[in-house]
Design a protein around this ligand. Structure first.
Ligand code: NAD
Ligand code: ZN
Length: 666
């Protein structure tokens, strides 16, 4: 018996650790928060009943996050805790009872929205932001000051009567609008879509390039202030003070005198939250008096003076009508469930994403099943389960398609992505047309006169099959088309002609190579100044470029292996499209760093990482992203960590401080 329980406890611990890793490190959870919390509660109960299996490393005692190896590590002067959570009112009443047992005096609560993002701790010294650190494992976190500085809601300098040195904690999150904007851009670039705003916010903070972080337009809100001699007696007062220093605090907090006030607040937001411009996953309650907070103290993992009330994701049951398959511009197949319309979280849902074959298999979906749909963090609802009691015993399991619904070509599956592709890039209609629409789009070749419908028409008439064909079009060929006047035909020809001036980096993006978005195209153009250099680059050479991983590199190599693509590139060249970087004289200052590779690590104080990388480029050097034998110089700032150690181990890497780097440029 006891061996069985021990085994159960250990397997729960292991499973939860795995989920923590997926959630905090990969930003790709595989189960819902509700399921995670249920498992955690189960483990907690077992551990309480069986103290003989105590383990200080159990997920019940530890904050789930980790530090990464990509940023300097900073020890928190004050620990960062998690929050105890509950999904019903009874738990709140229990919590109040426990508080009363310790305090035995009236207690006020502050109720706040529980923003769904990533926690951050900021240090302000003399009113200046000096350090931003993630929660990590609660004891130490990643120092990401450069990235946090790009967030508009984070004041770089405070005003008014702020304490001389203090920490403030808050949440970095992404508004629904910006999440949609980023995903729309990713769809246009043929990249995988992000799952939800929380994971995207958390993932954005871990990017190496601060200018990329800036583009995400993250938001921030602050809810805890820690330091010696705080000029206040209650949490509520501090919030108001912080506001006067220019700190962004939530406008929706409320001071509650009784638990009934708290309940009203919760009920109100359970409904209203869908109208907020950002996502919340619950309400946080805090004891208002700072003295009482101190008396209550902390457990191993969370404050006793605070409690999260989490909303359950809204769920509805409906019938699966059919599964259809969409073919994207890059050939990726997306299965979609068509549902009998049902009301969910304020909107009518008719479709749900099924993502890929593995998800369908895992669900064990049958035709005409009754399914549960949920709107969690995701904007597109998802199917989370099946009501097996209602299943028709005659129904058969959904079989994933084996051939492209558009062109009939046999699909290929890329294992590690679990996604099917139609490999018929050159002739599959949605891919062919999609690629040409992408080619002329604003951020690519910017040929405004060519609309989606004209392209479809031209393709039906067999006048164009790939982007190179645009440049062979004549006015005479255009005129007979439906609704084509002399003037618009001339505009199209002019627009195409003008696109020959579009710079190389945009042409690279326009080609629509899988995983090559705007930013990646820029990086490639910088490092491989002509298409011929890019074509002959090896896997190694490609992955040495900052932010170019193996997935992108392999996609580039595969693209250049297709004879149709090589032919198209040759034709584009002949037509005069820019397929190499034009030397921009003002761009480079010198070539003193020519042939040398650089990497910056640790906390830089003389310049930012972006400025440093730009200096390298403008003096003819190259930035690379990892420490390897190919690295010539590692420039190490304060608190440099694992990269410095690795460089020392390799032995051939020259290690410089910031001043020594500047001296190189002289
Ligand atoms: N689905 C999964 O696989 C998985 C895995 C791990 C964790 N999780 C989820 O994450 C939770 C644990 O994460 P956690 O430790 O970050 O706890 P939590 O997210 O439940 O609560 C603590 C966090 O809430 C945030 N917060 C937002 N608004 C706040 C406010 N007004 N005041 C104070 N804090 C506020 C802070 O970042 C704080 O660190 C689990 O309960 C689970 O729901 C899910
Ligand atoms: Zn196809």
């Amino acid at each position: 018996m006891s061996a069985e329980i021990q085994q159960k406890i250990e397997s729960l611990r292991e499973e939860l650790q795995q989920h923590n890793y997926s959630y905090y490190v990969l930003d790709e959870p595989t189960i819902s928060d509700f399921e995670f919390d249920a498992k955690l509660k189960e483990l907690q109960t077992l551990e309480q009943q069986h103290p003989e299996f105590y383990d200080a490393n159990s997920p019940t005692f530890r904050v789930g996050g980790e530090i990464t190896k990509n940023f300097p590590t900073v020890r928190h002067q004050y620990r960062m805790y998690s929050l105890d959570n509950s999904y019903d009112f009874n738990d709140l009443e229990d919590w109040e009872r426990r508080i009363m047992r310790t305090l035995d005096e009236p207690v006020e609560f502050v109720a706040e929205l529980k923003y769904d993002g990533a926690s951050i701790s900021l240090l302000y010294e003399n009113g200046i932001l000096s350090e931003a650190v993630t929660r990590g494992d609660g004891f130490q976190g990643d120092e990401i000051t450069g990235n946090v500085r790009t967030i508009q809601d984070v004041p770089l300098k405070l005003t008014g009567d702020f304490p001389q040195r203090f920490f403030m904690r808050g949440e970095i999150f992404l508004s629904r609008k910006n999440f949609d904007r980023i995903n729309a851009q990713r769809a246009e670039d043929g990249l995988d879509l992000y799952m939800n705003p929380r994971n995207t916010a958390s993932g954005s903070l871990k990017l190496q390039d601060s200018s990329e972080v800036r583009k995400r337009r993250l938001s921030a809100v602050f809810y805890q202030f820690i330091g010696e001699d705080f000029p206040a007696e209650t949490h509520w007062e501090i919030l108001q003070k912080a506001k006067s220093w220019g700190v962004s605090i939530s406008e929706n907090s409320r001071l509650c005198r009784t638990l009934q006030d708290v309940k009203d607040f919760i009920n109100f937001w359970d409904e209203e939250r869908h109208k907020l411009p950002f996502e919340i996953d619950g309400i946080v309650l805090k004891v208002n008096s700072l003295k009482q907070q101190q008396q209550l103290g902390y457990t191993a993992k969370s404050p006793r003076w605070a409690m999260a009330y989490k909303f359950k994701a809204e769920k509805a049951e409906t019938e699966l009508l059919s599964v259809s398959y969409q073919v994207g511009r890059t050939g990726a197949i997306t299965p979609v469930a068509n549902l009998k319309p049902v009301l969910l979280a304020g909107t009518v849902v008719k479709r749900a994403s099924l993502h890929n074959e593995d998800i369908i298999k895992k669900l064990g979906l049958h035709a005409n099943d009754f399914v549960f749909v949920e709107k969690g963090g995701e904007i597109i609802p998802k199917i989370t389960g099946i009501n097996l009691e209602k299943r028709d015993t005659q129904s058969s399991e959904i079989q994933y398609i084996t051939h492209c619904p558009e062109c009939g070509t046999e699909l290929v599956k890329i294992e590690e992505q679990a996604i099917h592709f139609c490999p018929n890039e050159a002739h599959c209609p949605p891919q062919v047309v999609g690629k040409m629409i992408h080619f002329v789009s604003r951020k690519a070749m910017n040929i405004e006169s060519l609309g989606q419908e004209t392209i479809q028409q031209l393709n039906r008439e067999k006048l164009i099959e790939n982007p190179a064909d645009f440049y062979a079009l004549t006015k005479e060929q255009l005129l007979p088309l439906e609704r084509m006047a002399e003037k618009s035909a001339q505009n199209i020809i002019n627009g195409i002609e003008k696109s020959k001036e579009i710079p190389y980096e945009k042409v690279l993006f326009a080609l629509g190579i899988r995983h090559i978005g705007e930013t990646v195209a820029k990086k490639l153009a910088k490092n491989f100044p002509s298409i011929d250099e890019l074509k002959s680059a090896s896997l190694d050479e490609l992955t040495q470029v900052d932010d170019i991983g193996e997935k992108i590199a392999l996609s580039i190599i595969a693209w250049f292996e297709q004879p149709e693509n090589l032919l198209m590139v040759e034709r584009l060249k002949q037509y005069g499209v820019q397929l190499q970087k034009t030397e921009n004289q003002t761009d480079t200052i010198s070539d003193v760093l020519a042939g040398k590779t650089f990497l910056f690590t640790g906390k830089l104080s003389l310049f930012t990482r972006e400025q440093a990388e730009e200096m390298v480029e403008r003096h003819g050097g190259k930035n690379i992203s990892a420490v390897s034998k190919n690295l010539n110089y590692l420039v190490a700032g304060e608190k440099a960590g694992s990269k410095l150690k690795k460089a020392q181990e390799i032995g051939t890497v020259e290690i410089l401080d910031e001043q020594q780097f500047l001296d190189l440029l002289k």
